[in-house]
Design a protein around this ligand. Structure first.
Ligand code: FE
Length: 178
């Protein structure tokens, strides 16, 4: 009888621990806060909310720095009322920057996080939908959130991937040897 009682107690403890683990994983870690963003980590994924009127690229980079994400991917949606996109011409190696104004939906932001010379290096592309239901798209330089800014950052724990500038092409490429 005594053995059965002990087995029952152990079983109860295992179930309680599993239940606590499930409860904890569902609710994520503590809330992180920056000047222009709030975030919470679930497993290896951070959910990041960027404040309205905040500059999107600066806020995402500030989050990555604060959270210590050195390698990862970024995805998200939201709305902006100003965005500056960049177009790179590989022929001339020239950048053409253009600012668009007016309310636009972020129908997708896709980006990645790595490092260059040990410093945070981020690369974001964006697709924006305007009030004519047309899309603008390109390399994102900066944008002002007007409404919601909802992003998921998938972090590679302890990830290390440096970039090196290729003068012939004029871009910073992944350098897996570094
Ligand atoms: Fe780009």
């Amino acid at each position: 009888m005594k053995i059965i009682a002990v087995v029952n107690l152990v079983l109860l403890l295992v179930l309680a621990a599993a239940g606590f683990g499930y409860w904890k994983s569902e609710r994520g870690s503590e809330v992180l806060k920056g000047k222009d963003w709030t975030a919470k980590k679930y497993g290896s994924v951070y959910v990041v909310s960027i404040n309205t009127q905040a500059e999107l690229v600066g806020a995402l980079n500030d989050f990555a720095k604060t959270a210590g994400v050195t390698l990862g991917s970024v995805g998200g949606i939201g709305a902006v009322n100003e965005a500056t996109l960049r177009f790179f011409d590989p022929q001339t190696k020239n950048y053409v920057d253009k600012t668009f104004n007016g309310q636009m939906e972020i129908t997708n932001l896709t980006g990645n996080i790595s490092t260059k010379d040990g410093q945070l290096y981020t690369h974001y592309h964006i697709t924006l939908g305007n009030d004519n239901y047309n899309a603008l798209a390109g390399h994102l330089l900066d944008a002002r959130i007007n409404g919601a800014g909802e992003f998921f950052v998938r972090a590679v724990k302890g990830g290390h991937l440096e970039r090196t500038f290729d003068p012939e092409i004029g871009l910073n490429f992944y350098d897996f040897e570094k």
